[in-house]
Ligand binder design. Structure first.
Ligand SMILES: [Ca+2]
Ligand SMILES: [Ca+2]
Length: 248
């Protein structure tokens, strides 16, 4: 039942668009005046001529190979078994999070420093991650100004295969996440973090990181939540990248 819901929704959406398109075409044919036909027919979709190119992702060296088994976590996404498809965004989109200010719910990390979240070091080895305390913790990146955000790419830990729990990724206009909060990803299906129950699946951390589509949303702040992982109660970040460009 649950699996069928999105399909139904898409089908409805398509049929709505089809009806709308037929309606618009009918209206257009009624409104065309002699002499104007074909002069300015807007044939192209409203893409504004934006050329889409793969975002410039640079992956760290993998620390393990193969598909992990028996992680004892429910609802885990099946690994793709091949590299992720390129993620397309307008040309000129870069990682605008690099070197940006990061704050955290845990102001005194167990290991490492909060700055490591955006320092550009994505290695999986010890020394390249910050370790936050147990329970629900979050990190917030201040992009410094409003940006159009196309993707958020993050690595909690990739020295060994792990599943981080109750992962939530949000955008907002303010540092306190009260204004214009948008949730891009949420696999906290039972609402442990009190941010609303999510429908996304658990996933295994790898050197590819987890990429979340942000659809060009305008935001200054990016926040990521988690609540420990399948190996221990602690929360880790190797790096968070935010692919975007300054908002106009
Ligand atoms: Ca780092
Ligand atoms: Ca939960």
């Amino acid at each position: 039942m649950r699996r069928h819901t999105p399909v139904t929704r898409i089908t409805n959406g398509q049929s709505v668009w089809r009806v709308a398109a037929v309606g618009i075409a009918a209206l257009a044919s009624l409104c065309v005046l002699p002499g104007t036909l074909g002069a300015q027919a807007p044939a192209a979709p409203p893409s504004k001529g934006a050329k889409l190119v793969p975002i410039p992702i640079q992956l760290p060296k993998p620390m393990f190979e193969g598909t992990p088994q028996n992680l004892a976590v429910p609802n885990v996404q099946k690994p793709l078994g091949r590299p992720r498809d390129p993620f397309l965004a307008p040309a000129g989109v870069t990682n605008v999070a690099k070197g940006k200010k990061v704050t955290s719910s845990d102001t005194e990390p167990v290991i490492g420093e909060i700055e490591q979240v955006t320092d550009g070091d994505k290695k999986g080895a010890d020394g390249s991650f910050v370790e936050l305390g147990p329970a629900v913790q979050h990190v917030t990146i201040d992009l410094g100004a409003a940006h159009e955000v196309f993707a958020v790419l993050f690595w909690h830990y990739h020295k060994s295969p792990r599943v981080y729990l109750d992962v939530v990724v949000q955008l907002a206009d303010d540092a306190d996440f009260k204004q214009n909060v948008r949730t891009l990803f949420n696999n906290d299906t039972d609402d442990t973090a009190s941010l609303g129950a999510g429908k996304d699946m658990n996933y295994v951390e790898t050197a590819e990181g987890k990429l979340v589509d942000a659809k060009g949303s305008r935001a200054r702040y990016v926040r990521l939540y988690s609540r420990g992982n399948n190996a221990n109660e602690l929360n880790h970040y190797v790096e968070v990248e935010v692919f975007g460009r300054p908002a106009k």
